[in-house]
Design a protein around this ligand. Structure first.
Ligand SMILES: NC(=O)c1ccc[n+]([C@@H]2O[C@H](COP(=O)([O-])OP(=O)(O)OC[C@H]3O[C@@H](n4cnc5c(N)ncnc54)[C@H](O)[C@@H]3O)[C@@H](O)[C@H]2O)c1
Ligand SMILES: O=C(O)[C@H](O)[C@H](O)COP(=O)(O)O
Length: 377
């Protein structure tokens, strides 16, 4: 059996070798001829799976994408050709929610506001949005939910319209990229949306670049409207709109989901699906591969104050590291893709175990666990 795996997929060679011959490829540069006589193709979001790519795919029976998003894959085409498709729902949801919290702490510091006085509108309440809810609750931040697909069937939560959500202090997008239907997300943030926002509204996009019309954003920001903006995703990646970069407060190379756990979980999920597809039992597990984190945990000598919580989060992941690298490298040559290919190891909050000395009660530590840190065994 011949299997192609994206070179940016941790542990893929070890896992997929048990099924046959594995070749690592650059997902962005995959050409149709590479797919001749290939049985399984394991990709990430940079590989567009369409008619053109599959012209020489004479044996392909399985495509696995180690990602949450699936907008890069023509699923009906795969179905029509009897090629199984599997992605990795939720694999890096914790990572994206960690990214958001790390970014909000930075903005709160820069703009001298208290997150507890702010309301966050969560647009898209799926795997990531739900984890963002947990983190907001852990930090005592108010939130509004906007998800027209979830709202009708969810008796436990209240939802607002996008117009109401737009009046929140902070708006964070966790939607898939869609172009059809009643609530498409392509350019859901356009010039009209941006113009209607209160000055000072914080915008965060860690979903897909095309959710925000980047030209409209540039236009509104360059006219001087204050909208502190965090962009992890960009229209036309890897080609970032250069003029927009200086106007954005935090800028990163589509790495919100790039914790080692998030990427490796994606690989493991499609490995398991491929084993199923082949009628085999899995013999390897992610926990056998993940290294011990550099920061294994913290022992608190006092109850966690907001400042301590922020320091703990930034000790595990500080988005300013990635923002700095982005500004130095993203616009040059293959900079955007290299920042992703050679992404420095980053762990999820869950990799750090929090304990306290006897003066710290478990009740005082509970919000840290809800935020994503781990409890001792
Ligand atoms: N930046 C990154 O590294 C990164 C990592 C993972 C995922 N993502 C992106 O984030 C998206 C969301 O991930 P998820 O795991 O939460 O997906 P999910 O499918 O679990 O949830 C998405 C939610 O968005 C809702 N939604 C769809 N259209 C909407 C609209 N017009 N308005 C409001 N809500 C809408 C859906 O009903 C669903 O509940 C993915 O599709 C992917 O594109 C980005
Ligand atoms: O949808 C996702 O899971 C992420 O956006 C995706 O994983 C980003 O990383 P890439 O697949 O582009 O390497």
């Amino acid at each position: 059996m011949r299997i192609l795996v994206d070179e940016n997929m941790p542990y893929a060679r070890q896992l997929f070798s048990e099924f046959g011959q594995v070749e690592a490829i650059s997902g962005r540069d995959l050409t149709p001829s590479k797919l001749k006589d290939v049985d399984g193709l394991m990709i990430r979001s940079v590989t567009k799976v369409n008619e053109a790519l599959l012209t020489e795919a004479n044996k392909l029976s399985f495509v696995g994408s180690a990602t949450i998003g699936t907008d890069h894959v023509d699923k009906s085409l795969l179905m029509s050709r009897d090629i199984s498709f599997v992605n990795a729902p939720g694999c890096n949801a914790h990572s994206v929610a960690d990214y958001l919290i790390s970014a909000l702490f930075v903005l709160a510091q820069q703009h001298q506001f208290n997150l507890r006085d702010k309301t966050v509108a969560i647009i898209g309440v799926g795997n990531i949005g739900t984890r963002v809810i947990d983190k907001c609750e852990a930090l005592g931040i108010n939130y509004l939910l906007c998800d027209p697909f979830k709202a009708p069937a969810d008796a436990f939560r209240q939802y607002v319209s996008l117009e109401e959500a737009a009046r929140a202090d902070i708006i964070t997008f966790h939607v898939p990229l869609t172009r059809d239907g009643q609530y498409p997300t392509f350019h859901m943030v356009d010039e009209a949306f941006l113009s209607a926002l209160n000055p000072g509204t914080v915008l965060v996009n860690a979903s897909r670049g095309e959710v925000i019309d980047n030209k409209a954003l540039y236009h509104v920001l360059s006219q001087g409207k204050q909208l502190p903006t965090v962009l992890d995703v960009w229209e036309n990646e890897p080609h970032v709109m250069a003029e927009l970069l200086p106007l954005v407060e935090l800028a990163t190379a589509h790495i919100a989901g790039y914790s080692l756990e998030g990427k490796a979980r994606g690989t493991e999920m499609i490995y398991q699906a491929f084993a199923d597809h082949c009628g085999r039992r899995v013999s390897q597990h992610l926990e056998d591969f993940l290294p011990h984190p550099e920061i294994a945990g913290f022992n608190l000598g006092q109850p966690p104050t907001p400042e301590i919580v922020q320091r703990l989060v930034h000790a595990v992941y500080d988005v300013r590291r990635d923002d700095k690298l982005f500004r130095e490298h993203a616009l040059a040559g293959k900079g955007f893709d290299w920042l992703r290919r050679f992404y420095p190891e980053r762990r999820e909050l869950s990799s750090a175990v929090i304990t306290g000395n006897p003066s710290v009660t478990s009740l005082q530590l509970a919000p840290l666990y809800q935020l994503g840190f781990s409890r001792p065994d």
